[in-house]
Design a protein around this ligand. Structure first.
Ligand code: SF4
Ligand code: SF4
Length: 62
């Protein structure tokens, strides 16, 4: 299993990952960046990596 990790220094807050993750793993916080809120819901589809314009999201071994 893998789970996503967001590099907050590279996140621009575009919200692509929040909108496109099929299992709602991410949410936007008041810092205007995406955060991982439900890591156990990740199904390893890699969509978040594909839609992030700054390569801020990476799946890592859980
Ligand atoms: S790999 Fe898929 S399920 Fe997992 S966080 Fe990314 S978009 Fe969501
Ligand atoms: S897709 Fe990338 S840049 Fe956009 S909110 Fe998610 S982590 Fe941040």
């Amino acid at each position: 299993m893998e789970e996503p990790v967001i590099n907050l220094e590279e996140c621009t807050g575009c919200s692509n990952c929040v909108e496109d993750c099929p299992t709602d793993v991410f949410d936007m916080f008041s810092d205007h960046k995406a955060h991982v809120v439900e890591p156990d819901s990740c199904i390893d589809c890699h969509i978040c990596e594909e839609v992030c314009p700054t390569n801020a999201v990476h799946l890592v071994a859980a």
